[in-house]
Write a protein that binds this ligand. Structure first.
Ligand SMILES: C[S@@+](CC[C@H](N)C(=O)[O-])C[C@H]1O[C@@H](n2cnc3c(N)ncnc32)[C@H](O)[C@@H]1O
Length: 307
């Protein structure tokens, strides 16, 4: 559906085709144009919905972090299954929410009347009017935004925000960590991380989470608040809250490890399918090994446009 707030046109058929690789469905346009390399099938949609529940738990049910007294216009960049955008549109019925994604395949069945979903490439300059949104949300776009695009992506976000409007960025850094030093170079989880990060080196900045703070500062945002939250891969923590988060995240990680790495490892880095299966099977087992205390760093950053 086309929103009255943008110049985006009706959906072109070229965005609808999918391609099957090792039993998973990918978005042909995204693959052909090196935009995004994650599956767009029902399995991935279910995983994203579960991951949204993990985030809700980590963020104690809060969808929006900055203080915004009256939320009128919201943009969700890369809405995926629309989980966040649907929740915001539902909780704030007086707001108008626009979601933008390169693939319509994971669209929700039911869309609130104040939510408009559009297909477009965030690597292209925004066509939205300037000084328009109270909030722009961008969650897990590290593997979709081109490496060289990040400065102009944030400049575009700043341009379309109203003076005093906020950006909210959330990124996982898929470099597995353990504070007790128990994950060695030989562990499958470490090899999964290294190969995943390496396969994206030519196109994307998958370490972007660690640099959001500086990027926002360089673009002239104010009141920046940046945090790192450890995202436990399973229920290893002694802290009851983190243990519950890890328990919920366990299934997400079980699906995430093969899902996110399938295209990068087998198609970009050329890993044979059998080796990929072996690596992900081992990595999944290690993710559930409590003594490894494995986590991915989750970066959350907000900033305000001066005004
Ligand atoms: C990992 S998913 C995250 C979805 C959602 N933000 C969430 O947190 O649940 C990334 C989404 O961004 C979309 N995407 C990636 N690169 C994009 C781009 N350059 N332009 C538009 N959408 C993009 C993908 O199609 C996918 O739906």
């Amino acid at each position: 559906m086309t929103s009255p707030d943008s110049e985006t046109e009706e959906l072109d058929e070229v965005y609808l085709h999918t391609v099957s690789i090792h039993g998973r469905e990918f978005h042909k346009f995204s693959i052909d144009n090196q935009i995004a390399f994650e599956p767009v099938d029902d399995e991935e949609a279910e995983r994203l919905d579960l991951q949204h529940r993990v985030f809700s738990r980590i963020f104690d049910g809060r969808l929006i972090f900055p203080p915004i007294p009256r939320l009128r216009r919201v943009l969700d960049c890369g809405y995926g299954t629309g989980s966040w955008a649907v929740d915001v549109a539902t909780q704030y019925p007086d707001s108008r929410v626009i979601g933008l994604d390169i693939s319509p395949h994971k669209n929700p069945d039911d869309v609130p009347e104040n939510l408009w979903l559009q297909v477009d490439d965030l690597n292209r300059r925004f066509t939205f009017p300037s000084n328009h949104f109270d909030l722009v949300h961008s969650r897990l776009l590290a593997t979709g935004i081109n490496r060289a695009r990040w400065p102009s992506y944030l400049a575009d976000i700043k341009r379309v925000l109203k003076p005093g409007g906020w950006v909210q960025l959330v990124e996982i850094y898929f470099n597995v960590q353990s504070d007790n030093g128990s994950i060695t170079e030989e562990h499958a989880l470490r090899r999964w991380s290294t190969q995943f990060l390496r396969s994206y080196e030519g196109t994307k900045d998958v370490r972007i989470g660690t640099r959001l703070n500086n990027l926002l500062r360089d673009r002239g945002f104010e009141d920046i608040d940046a945090r790192m939250i450890p995202l436990p891969l399973s229920a290893w923590s002694n802290d009851p809250r983190m243990q519950a988060i890890g328990m919920l995240n366990r299934e997400n990680i079980n699906n995430l490890l093969p899902s996110l790495a399938l295209y990068p490892l087998t198609q970009i880095s050329g890993m044979p399918q059998q080796d990929f299966q072996k690596l992900t099977t081992q990595a999944r087992e290690e993710a559930e090994t409590a003594s490894l205390k494995a986590y991915f760093p989750l970066y959350v950053c907000i900033g305000r446009k001066p005004g």
